[in-house]
Design a protein around this ligand. Structure first.
Ligand code: TYD
Length: 207
């Protein structure tokens, strides 16, 4: 069996990833393409437990370094438990966030640096790089306006707008650096954006 393709989705808070992933799933179902859809942090029982710790709004004492290592730990577990088996079975794997989230959020926005984040995510970056990364391009100020503000119980969402603008700037730098990342402008309707994503996946030979 030929190894399946690995596609990751990235974007700032409120960029509409969940909606787009739902629309894409409906399209893949219609076509009968074998795929799994999963998410980070989480996607497997152990990784979902790590997710609860990371996102818990009460964990205000968490250091940036601890946060970065927990994302990397959850990623590794998810990779081995869920992503790699599906790829090895020839399935298309669609993942909501992956290593670029760590590079943008922890590397750039938290200021831990790209090199450090790449180091603690070396296995994911080298052994399981995405075939394509779709970046849903909408600046966080516009995205929050659309979703009517941040979720105050979510430790990451409730970071200030400066933080989210740094995340966005980080993604822009990653876009310049990695040709596998493609930006999709999502200023239009959700259906227009979905059509753009499907066209991109076809153009890149994913579906
Ligand atoms: P989630 O509720 O899944 O947010 P979204 O719907 O925007 O994807 O929470 C994931 C949060 O974790 C989100 O704020 C982005 C952040 N994150 C990182 O900071 N680093 C990472 O490596 C990953 C995977 C996510």
């Amino acid at each position: 069996m030929v190894k399946g393709k690995f596609v990751t989705f990235e974007g700032c808070e409120g960029s509409g990833k969940s909606t787009q992933l739902r629309l894409l799933a409906a399209y893949l179902d219609k076509l009968g393409i074998p795929y799994i859809m999963t998410r980070e942090p989480g996607g497997s029982p152990i990784a979902e437990r790590i997710r609860e710790i990371i996102l818990d709004g009460k964990n205000t004492a968490m250091t940036d370094g601890c946060e970065a290592l927990l994302y990397a730990a959850a990623r590794l577990q998810h990779l081995h438990e869920r992503v790699m088996p599906a790829l090895n079975a020839g399935k298309l794997v669609i993942c909501d966030r992956y290593v670029d989230s760590s590079l943008a959020y922890q590397g750039y926005a938290r200021g831990l640096g790209e090199q450090y984040i790449a180091g603690i995510n070396a296995e994911a970056m080298k052994d399981c790089p995405p075939d394509l990364t779709v970046f849903l391009d909408i600046p966080p100020d516009r995205a929050f306006e659309r979703k009517h503000g941040a979720d105050e119980n979510d430790r990451m969402e409730k970071q200030g707008m400066d933080f989210h603008m740094r995340v966005y700037a980080g993604y822009k730098r990653l876009l310049e650096k990695y040709p596998r990342i493609c930006a999709v402008n999502c200023g239009g309707t959700k259906f227009e954006t979905s059509e753009k994503i499907i066209a991109l996946l076809k153009d890149k030979g994913i579906i």
